[in-house]
Design a protein around this ligand. Structure first.
Ligand code: ZN
Length: 220
């Protein structure tokens, strides 16, 4: 795969930044695509652009504000994010990942990339059916039929939990970078974030678990 080109679906968060770092090691050429869908915090887009620039990756930002016409949700409006057990979180935009992957796929064709990398994950399953492994495999087949070509969709984080994702970043020598530069907080605060939103809690739980483990102990 070293001599081929990859397009990474990139939000500037922990997961997709870790995927971007991996892709840079794995492929000859890498570009990144970020979707602008009226995120609650435009800081997300700034953050993604800065990381792409620092990692010297050409960066595409696609306007997906039409998502708001389809499905206004808490992620794009200033409503409180709620999560109730057994229900999808209020951030849920039905089919979002399906749309993102489709647009990324068409962009991949235009830039001559045959690999598409996405940081979706089934382990910290948040209820998004189009982030499941079965869906991504099915999408890969459908997309190749649509294009009549052999694209490969990579999901390197699919079976990793947050602790394992931190470990992987550390193994690639980029734990501190990912920790400081990325933004996953629902309140738009980079790095360790606000510490209280569901996303921060998940991220810090994984980091604490990794740092207190045998391998991560040196970072304490
Ligand atoms: Zn937060």
């Amino acid at each position: 795969m070293k001599n081929e080109k990859a397009l990474v679906v990139f939000s500037g968060g922990q997961d997709s930044t870790t995927c971007l770092i991996w892709a840079k090691k794995e492929f000859k050429e890498v570009e990144a695509v970020t979707f602008n869908y009226g995120q609650r915090h435009s800081e997300e887009l700034v953050c993604a652009s800065e990381i792409a620039q620092e990692l010297e990756v050409p960066h595409h930002v696609l306007d997906m504000s039409l998502l708001n016409q389809l499905s206004p949700s808490a992620l794009t409006r200033n409503e409180e994010i709620t999560e109730k057990e057994g229900e999808l979180p209020s951030t849920f935009v039905p089919g979002r990942n399906l749309l993102f992957l489709s647009f990324a796929g068409v962009l991949a064709k235009n830039i001559g990339a045959v690999h598409i990398v996405t940081g979706v994950c089934e382990t910290d399953f948040s209820g998004y059916p189009d982030c499941r492994d079965m869906f991504v495999k099915s999408f890969n087949v459908t997309f190749n039929l649509a294009m009549d070509e052999g694209y490969v969709v990579h999901t390197p984080l699919m079976w990793l939990d947050k602790e394992a994702t931190w470990k992987w970043a550390d193994e690639m020598g980029m734990l501190q970078y990912v920790r400081e530069k990325t933004l996953t907080c629902y309140n738009g605060i980079r790095g360790d974030g606000c510490g209280t939103c569901p996303s921060c809690k998940l991220r810090s739980k994984g980091l604490t678990a990794y740092l207190s483990s045998e391998n991560g102990g040196a970072e304490l």
